[in-house]
Design a protein around this ligand. Structure first.
Ligand code: ADP
Length: 489
């Protein structure tokens, strides 16, 4: 099969969150299975160019119709750690992708509408005829609209679209001027409830809704989140749209790139270890303590790694720090937020805890330190309020770090409570709590810390259960292929 991924991120060249990891990991898995995969991205000025090999212009003169004229683009090609990537570079005063950051601009909808249009123009003009276009998140929601309403008549007749929603919170709601920019025109047709009209603003277009309505199949990133999207308010207003299109909607758990995340070979770890050499994990714990000036005492080390965003349960993260210290554990936090008020709050907390030898807060984005934390910690807390899939708990499991999680989205599908689960004991791999409350969080942490102190052998068994889980791309890769095949029929 010939698959083209269309997305706004791809790790490690353009990574803001889990989306970037998924684009890279899924593409790699599909290629390993013998399929041809190409990735199309905007050519951002802020990409990690040191991770692109053989970058060159492959198609210098693509003219993309835009409003009443056209924008001249160059298409670049390069390999990102073996993956084939095309980068779209528009030459216009809008400087759509030359802004210094990936996201966060007032004309965001226009930037990605242009990217979507340019992608189809590129495929059409260069006679590329993939079997599947796999689009991701709101940024590419217009691709199936442009394909089935316009480019179908310009040579792209047999293509099918799979659309994956990584986060319902950002949908791309915008005015109707996009219809004239992209050449779709006909606002009376598109601004219809059954098509692109936002479910709550009668004068606005919703990119994500467009993606759902027009694609041949729609997925989100875990089975539990697919259920939440249909039956709770976690769809951020798209519940009715999903309901109408439920026959083509499902959840596929994200995979983890087991090549990148492997404690047996991870170049960022001082000591390598695996299931049969677990003792070596504790050398990483010592190194982590040295690096972060934590005292070396017989205590469990609990960590948090992730964005500091309201969806991650900021209040519970804060509470977990104090509760861990009170219960005789150490705590390490690595996280940052684009929101100044949240960053300030954690900087204040950092100052407050500065002299505590059992605690360290690192308010930063630091890939390298994150690997040492996953390896050095005994437990990790993920108390999310909203979590479509979540990669941190899967990385923790792989690194023998016991996850303590709230039962939402992908966390529900990957972590199974040691004491309260119907699965066989050897499949239980962590601690799970249900309510968004301090009491529930405390009870799970209390059980985890208690096991660490009082039943070290059983704690070790729990670690090994986690390390033996398979959250690689193996199964999800097959699941996506099944969908591609289904929609081709
Ligand atoms: P989301 O996509 O909502 O940010 P995920 O759990 O799916 O959450 O993915 C987060 C990824 O980003 C993980 O690989 C995690 O290790 C990494 N990460 C998050 N915050 C940081 C940070 N401050 N420093 C290093 N890595 C981070």
């Amino acid at each position: 099969m010939y698959i083209v991924m269309i997305a706004s991120e791809c790790a490690p060249v353009a990574k803001v969150g889990g989306l970037g990891d998924v684009i890279y990991g899924l593409s790699r898995e599909l290629e390993i299975r013998g399929h041809a995969v190409e990735i199309i991205l905007p050519k951002y000025d802020c990409m990690r160019y040191d991770h692109i090999h053989g970058l060159h212009v492959t198609y210098p003169d693509l003219w993309v119709p835009w409003y009443n004229g056209a924008i001249h683009c160059s298409i670049w090609f390069g390999f990102v750690h073996g993956r084939k990537c095309f980068f779209i570079e528009p030459h216009s005063n809008d400087k759509f992708f030359n802004r210094g950051n990936f996201y966060g601009y007032p004309d965001e909808a226009l930037r990605y509408a242009f990217f979507s249009k340019a992608t189809l123009e590129f495929l059409s003009k260069t006679n590329k005829r993939p079997d599947i276009l796999h689009c991701h998140d709101w940024q590419t929601g217009l691709v199936p609209v442009l394909l089935f309403e316009m480019y179908k008549f310009q040579g792209l007749t047999n293509q099918r679209v799979c659309y994956t929603i990584h986060n319902f919170r950002h949908q791309g709601v915008t005015g109707t001027n996009l219809l004239s920019a992209t050449g779709l025109q006909r606002p009376e047709y598109y601004l219809h409830y059954d098509r692109l009209r936002d479910n709550f603003n009668a004068n606005a277009i919703n990119f994500m809704k467009a993606g759902i309505v027009y694609s041949n199949f729609v997925t989100t990133v875990s089975p539990q989140h697919a259920w939440e999207a249909r039956h709770t308010d976690q769809n951020y207003g798209l519940g009715h749209t999903i309901d109408i299109h439920q026959h083509k909607f499902g959840g596929i758990l994200n995979g983890l790139d087991y090549q990148v995340w492997n404690p047996e070979i991870d170049p960022l770890l001082p000591s390598h270890y695996g299931v049969s050499t677990l003792a070596k994990k504790y050398e990483n714990k010592e190194k982590l303590r040295e690096r972060l000036w934590l005292r070396k005492e017989f205590k469990p080390l609990i960590a948090y790694v992730g964005r500091l965003d309201s969806q991650k349960g900021i209040h519970l993260i804060r509470h977990a720090i104090f509760y861990a210290l009170k219960q005789g554990a150490q705590f390490v936090l690595l996280g940052s937020s684009p929101e100044k008020s949240i960053n300030d709050q954690f900087w204040q907390l950092k100052r407050q805890l500065n002299d505590n030898p059992d605690c360290h807060l690192e308010i930063n984005f630091n890939e390298e330190l994150s690997h040492l934390i996953y390896a050095g910690a005994d437990m990790i807390v993920v108390p999310s309020v909203y979590e479509p899939c979540g990669l941190t708990q899967m990385i923790a499991l792989r690194y023998g770090t016991v996850p303590i999680v709230r039962a939402v989205g992908g966390l529900f599908n990957t972590v199974f409570d040691r004491d309260h689960d119907s699965r066989p004991v050897h499949e239980r791999n962590g601690y799970v709590f249900h309510q968004d409350s301090y009491g529930d969080l405390e009870s799970a942490m209390h059980r985890a810390i208690g096991l660490w102190y009082n039943y070290p052998e059983e704690f070790r068994d729990l670690i090994l259960n986690g390390m033996r889980c398979d959250y690689s791309w193996n199964q999800p890769g097959q699941d996506y292929l099944n969908i591609y095949e289904l929609i081709q029929k």
